[in-house]
Design a protein around this ligand. Sequence first.
Ligand SMILES: CC(C)(COP(=O)(O)OP(=O)(O)OC[C@H]1O[C@@H](n2cnc3c(N)ncnc32)[C@H](O)[C@@H]1OP(=O)(O)O)[C@@H](O)C(=O)NCCC(=O)NCCS
Length: 144
Amino acid sequence: VPAAPATAYYRPLVHADVDALAELSRRVGGVETAAQWEAFLLRPGSIALGAVADAGIVGYAAGEVRRGFGLVAPVGWVEAFGVDLDRRGEGIGRTLLGELLRRFSERDAAHVYTLVPVHDRVLAPFFRELGFRDEPLACLGCRL
Ligand SMILES: CC(C)(COP(=O)(O)OP(=O)(O)OC[C@H]1O[C@@H](n2cnc3c(N)ncnc32)[C@H](O)[C@@H]1OP(=O)(O)O)[C@@H](O)C(=O)NCCC(=O)NCCS
């Protein structure tokens, strides 16, 4: 009988994690490089949490609380999120999101947003399962 995977614990991500984070980002389909993780961790106000098990970092959740976009109150933004392929379905994503949202609340955010591709079949259903809904905001862009 294969050994059960080690229970993950959760801690803030730090500079020493950036290479492992870049590797994990690549595995889960993200785009963040080690340099981008480093810049993110240095950004004032950023919040980055990791799920850690025997093998190292198996999940991350990162974002910040900010004002702007004409919104009257500070809002938490989930900017990067991923759980390693062989650790999915264990509740790690749910716990990571809960921990991130708790920290957003502590920084006076009463609402949280994230952006996912319209046809994303993994992150979008996950966020919907955890209570996120379509917002009355349009995401507009143009090529530069
Ligand atoms: C989405 C993701 C974070 C889920 O992580 P996870 O640890 O497997 O999620 P959990 O086990 O905590 O699941 C929590 C709940 O969401 C549900 N869920 C998870 N993934 C789901 C999916 N793809 N569709 C529907 N529901 C889903 C689970 O059923 C679970 O509900 P339950 O507790 O009632 O059983 C993970 O699949 C992932 O990292 N995907 C890739 C993300 C990515 O592309 N990142 C890079 C761009 S930022």
